[in-house]
Design a protein around this ligand. Structure first.
Ligand SMILES: NC(=O)c1ccc[n+]([C@@H]2O[C@H](COP(=O)([O-])OP(=O)(O)OC[C@H]3O[C@@H](n4cnc5c(N)ncnc54)[C@H](OP(=O)(O)O)[C@@H]3O)[C@@H](O)[C@H]2O)c1
Length: 235
């Protein structure tokens, strides 16, 4: 059977690289994005403006007619025109915290809720939510980046919870969060200067790595927070 991949938050640099990678491998590729469809004959693009849960439900229903075996959720915001990540709690703006929660947790949670029935019945289905190593509580040695760290830690809990609930009904599903590794995108652009040589990956290289992890993923690892090379990270 032709592999089928659904990429949510698919206009992201990493999401687009995933779409290109899977399309070049001959997979059926479906993208869900807030953005208008982009011209690409090999990719089915569904626009979800996120206006209501009912409209998202309709978009998910359309996407599921393509029976995806692998689903990525790429939504995530570190900074925007309104705010850079906080260096100290003195810079914390709770409206920005709420906005990061919306993009990094609420939107993935909405899609996971809408995917739940499918995840519970589709054999060997895989869901990978793009998280971040800085969302690991035990790995946090530097502090800072309050809103992003808090929201990614919450995303990791969301994934863990979902993995437990789905596993009661579908023992073959694998639901994980994954750190894609530092990738050359707008998200990381302001923080690339002091990176050790070789740490920054292109979106295409990251997409290949994520696809390799997805290919090897099995239900034995459901609920894990994974690194880009497939090793488990601590919470
Ligand atoms: N780049 C890195 O070094 C790095 C490192 C660690 C983790 N990550 C994670 O990897 C994922 C993709 O990162 P990227 O670098 O490819 O990011 P990017 O190009 O900046 O893409 C941002 C993504 O977030 C979504 N988004 C933006 N604003 C949103 C909002 N208000 N509500 C809902 N969704 C919103 C966009 O979805 P639409 O398609 O709907 O516009 C898009 O998918 C993110 O979750 C990020 O946290 C990246």
């Amino acid at each position: 059977m032709t592999p089928s991949v659904l990429i949510i938050g698919g206009s992201s640099a990493i999401g687009q690289a995933l779409a290109r990678h899977y399309a070049s491998c001959g997979a059926k590729v479906t993208v869900i994005s807030r953005q208008r469809p982009r011209q690409h004959t090999a990719i089915t693009w569904l626009q979800d403006t996120l206006s209501t849960e009912a409209t998202s439900a309709d978009i998910i229903a359309q996407a599921l007619t393509r029976q995806p075996d692998t689903i990525f959720i790429c939504n995530g915001v570190l900074h925007d025109a309104k705010a850079m990540p906080e260096k100290t709690i003195r810079q914390l703006d709770t409206d920005i915290l709420a906005a990061r929660f919306a993009s990094n947790v609420q939107v993935p949670a909405r899609y996971m809720k809408l995917l739940f029935g499918y995840l519970c019945k589709q054999p060997q289905v895989k869901l990978l939510a793009l998280s971040a190593k800085v969302g690991s509580i035990s790995d946090n040695a530097l502090g800072g980046w309050y809103s992003y760290r808090i929201s990614k830690a919450a995303l990791n809990m969301l994934v863990k919870n979902l993995s437990i609930e789905v596993s009661r009904l579908n023992k073959t599903a694998a639901i994980v969060s994954i750190h894609p590794g530092t990738t050359d995108t707008e998200l990381s652009a302001p923080f690339q200067q002091n990176l050790p040589a070789g740490q920054l990956q292109s979106p295409d290289a990251t997409a290949k790595r994520l696809a390799n992890v997805a290919a090897e993923l099995s239900a034995a690892r459901t609920g894990f927070l994974l690194n880009w090379d497939g090793t488990a990270l601590t919470w």
